[in-house]
Design a protein around this ligand. Sequence first.
Ligand code: PEP
Length: 267
Amino acid sequence: MMEAENFGLHPNSIMRKKIVAGNWKLNNNIEESRALAKEVAALVKAEVSADVQMVVCPVSVNLSTVAAEIDGVENLALGAQNVYPKASGAYTGEVSAPLLKAAGVGYVLIGHSERREYFNESNEFLAEKVKAALAEGLVPVFCCGETLEQRESGVHFDFVKSQLTESLYDLSEADFKKVVIAYEPIWAIGTGVTASSDQAQEMHKVLRDHVASKYGQEVADSTSILYGGSCKPSNAKELFGKPDVDGGLIGGASLKARDFVDIALSY
Ligand code: PEP
């Protein structure tokens, strides 16, 4: 069981929500999703401090199944992996924010690098998705991050800041405060290569300062910024030990309940 006092290790982030979200991606059929959700729910209930918000993001057709399994576990919420900006209409194959809300979804990933790369999602389009999610009371988990080339050529800070500027800075302060940011260096996603805790901290601080320059220090200090990219039980403690890292967006390791919960226990 985690101790509330552990949060004393993060003096700058005491007012920020700690979040550990699992992105199941295109994995798990209905029965596998049910079994994983059941196992995660039992472990979260038994072991994870109420101060840590856990989220699981299954494939959309399995949302309702997972919702039923995690029902009643206070700090375990349902997340979607995507949302379409329009509420309804002739948009074959898409899922809207009102439908996600009705299925019990509380969080939604927006702008994951795989959506940006394989589905050509632009910052402008992602801005529309963020607004649609907020209009339904869903928490957008806005993903951002640079390629290895961008990092090696030294444009990574400006590039990631521009992702925030172009997709989020149209929001009112009240709306921005509801957004969670997930910094996911593309070179670390699914590669087994994790950003060092210093690299993560450095980017998170740059992003927090960038938020402060637009919305003020108080808003920046209350914004949760998660790290994502090959995060696992063996490296989570070091990453989460950094003052500007407020949790994680976990891909591969979230497919094993024990690993996913062990990551949350790393605080
Ligand atoms: C992700 O896809 O958001 C992710 C962080 O994946 P992984 O943990 O597998 O690198």
